[in-house]
Design a protein around this ligand. Structure first.
Ligand code: WT7
Length: 655
């Protein structure tokens, strides 16, 4: 197989710095005995049964697992409620404990205790009921980072109504596609959200989306910005959040749901076709997110935890909402950008509140490195005791910088590998046990089983070649299907290597058994930790009307990990100029959202294809990256490549 970033793996193989856990950390750690691994290996169902004791159930399970590959049922016939586990069960002892310390971008703040959250969730759940939301109905949520976002999610969970959160950076078209696929009945949004001092027009986008979503009956609007948002109002359809909850009782009993009841749908990009609705159910997901939060982040009653991810992505679902809140931890939530009002906003917040655990993305760390150490150095970061990363491979330089500049060499780093599909962290250090190596996510979490295989599905020996990363046994927080598309679930994930879950990632095991994740081996890009399918960007380009054919590839990017390059063949008569380039970029932003904006657009009369008409993406990547061309003998028309290469070179490396 081929991989995009062999240089990174080479760096890792040469990496000889190791960081054993400090004695002082290990002594206080939730998990400090490596025997947890051996125990889980010996009987993984017993391990996951024990883990389930950390969740409150209304009815216990008959069996831990029913597995008819690839169909799983965990904690069979048990009943529980996710909202109850995140709120009610903490109230007797910790009702007055802070659940959320929220910081708005403009500088306003709010603090909500667990009792406050429980009250608001119940009032809002009653509000949702009053507009007809029932168990099983899908509710779409399109919001910014305000406390009402987790409140809305937990209110849905309370009623057994699966939520589908759509990241606030997505376009109206992307929102409409997701609403239509899920057939959501209600949309929850807000007037606007603050980002770098500007208003993200969420309500305006929602209006545009809902014009094409017949299933939506009501739009609930949380007022965050006020007058300045300057929104339109449809009195038959729109209802203010504050009007919906006015007069509602703060008692709304949590609906007991089956362990396999759908908790949520979250859309993620794939190789072909529209984004896939990843379905997570309740019991296994709660067990998985709960125990990984507690063990990987070493959560203590006294911690102040901050996961900087937007809740619109799975990291926010699992490690802002369900994992941390089911552990009753106090957390910080921040609305805006890391450089507003200045590039030290994160460090300022950490100092101000005494954050102890920070979970963020490699792309952010590389951005902070670029901005310079003077920003973190202006602040007292001594409260930090543990650091985490997620979303993409972290290069050893960024890892070491994070360790030294942010962690002052005293905070273990957990590099956590997982996916929207896995629901919870799968490969990670346990901070009180694992000796870490910069750039490696180390080993599977206890009770999780990984294997690197070759094209034929045979295990690749440790320390040898790279291969495909698979998971060989089911795990509780695994996704159960793709919403309304079970065939695609089987096809995409379970058919390449029968009996094994195919992650879509390439990986290599180091001599010591640690995993080094290389990145996607399919046509999925990882731009600033966000998954974007090449197909989606290509169809957005073709949708412009000016494009006959497009091929999108990922380029190495020092900050974002990857950036997007598009090779475009224009329709006859369309001028290949700078204006057209701008127009196409804007069209992609309009169709998908700013995260999918191509960095480069390269016009070409033809695209290099194999004799079976498959676009040669690797070749395009090599061209766009200015690398030496490899073997082109399988090209239908080798002249095309040379033309492309010349064109690219005449444009200069960065366009
Ligand atoms: C893909 C999943 C999991 C939440 C955020 C992304 C890449 C994720 C790591 C890591 C190397 C990583 C993989 C994976 N990835 N974490 N620690 N090291 N790569 O969720 O959008 O579902 O993307 O992100 O390529 O397949 P996602």
């Amino acid at each position: 197989m081929t991989t995009d970033t062999p240089a990174q793996i080479e760096a890792l193989l040469a990496e000889n710095r190791t960081y054993p856990p400090a004695k002082a950390f290990t002594e206080q750690a939730n998990i400090n005995d490596p025997k947890v691994y051996a125990e889980a290996d010996a009987d993984y169902l017993a391990f996951w049964e024990k883990a389930a004791e950390n969740i409150d159930w209304f009815q216990r399970w008959d069996r831990v697992l029913d597995w008819d590959c690839p169909w799983a049922k965990w904690y069979v016939n048990a009943q529980l409620n996710a909202s109850y586990n995140c709120l009610d069960r903490h109230l007797a002892k910790n009702g007055n404990k802070r659940a959320l310390i929220w910081e708005g971008e403009p500088g306003d703040t709010r603090t909500l205790t667990y009792a406050d959250m429980a009250r608001e969730v119940q009032r809002f759940a009653n509000g949702l009921k009053s507009i007809g939301v029932q168990k099983g109905d899908r509710v779409a949520i399109y919001m910014g980072m305000v406390p009402e976002l987790p409140i809305a999610m937990l209110a849905c969970a309370r009623l057994g109504a699966p939520h589908s959160v759509v990241f606030g950076g997505f376009s109206p078209d992307s929102l409409a596609d997701r609403i239509n696929d899920a057939q959501a009945k209600v949309l929850i949004t807000q007037d606007g959200s603050w980002r770098r001092g500007s208003i993200v027009p969420l309500k305006q986008n929602a209006d545009a989306a809902v014009a094409n979503t017949p299933s939506i009956e009501k739009v609930v609007v949380y007022q965050r910005v006020g007058e300045k948002a300057n929104i339109q109002w449809n009195a038959d359809r729109d209802i203010w959040w504050h009007d919906l909850v006015a007069g509602q009782s703060d008692q709304c009993p949590a609906e007991p749901v089956d362990s396999e009841h759908m908790l949520y749908i979250l859309y993620t990009s794939g190789t072909t076709g529209k984004p896939k609705g990843i379905v997570h159910t309740t019991g296994g997901y709660m067990v998985g997110t709960n125990i990984t939060s507690k063990w990987v982040f070493d959560l203590k009653d006294t911690d102040l935890y901050w996961c900087t991810a937007d809740i619109g992505w799975v990291t926010g679902h699992s490690y802002v909402v369900y994992g941390p809140m089911s552990n009753g931890v106090t957390q910080l939530m921040y609305e805006g950008a890391p450089d507003t009002p200045d590039k030290d906003r994160f460090w300022d917040l950490i100092e101000k509140h005494g954050v102890t655990i920070l979970y963020t993305a490699p792309t952010s760390i590389r951005q902070f490195m670029k901005w310079g150490t003077e920003y973190p150095e202006k602040h007292d970061l001594s409260s930090l005791r543990l650091l985490g990363t997620v979303g993409e491979p972290i290069n050893p330089e960024a890892w070491v910088w994070y360790n030294e500049v942010i962690g002052h060499g005293k905070s273990p780093i957990v590099d956590t590998w997982w996916q929207t599909e896995t629901g919870a962290i799968m490969i990670t250090p346990l901070p009180g046990v694992t000796t870490t190596v910069p750039g490696s996510a180390t080993v599977p979490f206890p009770g999780v089983f990984a294997q690197i295989v070759d094209d034929q599905g045979n295990a690749v020996p440790t320390g040898k070649a790279s291969g495909y990363l698979t998971l060989t046994r089911p795990w509780p927080s695994m996704f159960r299907t793709i919403f309304n598309d079970p065939d695609r679930y089987v096809q995409t994930y379970w058919s390449k290597f029968p009996g094994k879950y195919f992650t879509g990632d390439g990986a290599k095991q180091l001599e010591n058994g640690y995993y080094a994740i290389i990145g996607r081996v399919d046509d999925v890009l990882n731009v600033a930790g966000h998954r974007i399918g090449t197909w989606e960007v290509e169809s957005a380009l073709v949708d412009s009307g000016d494009v006959a054919e497009a091929a999108v590839v990922g380029l190495d990017d020092v900050i974002k990990g990857q950036s997007i390059a598009a090779f475009v063949t224009l329709k006859p008569g369309v001028e290949a100029d700078e204006q057209e380039r701008t127009k196409l970029k804007q069209h992609v932003v309009k169709k998908i959202g700013a995260i999918a904006r191509p960095e480069q657009i390269i016009f070409t009369a033809d695209l290099p294809k194999t004799r079976s008409a498959k676009i040669m993406r690797r070749l395009l990547r090599d061209i766009a990256q200015g690398r030496v061309l490899g073997d082109t003998t399988t090209l239908a028309d080798p002249a095309v490549v040379n033309e492309l290469k010349q064109k690219y070179e005449s444009m200069g490396a960065t366009e």
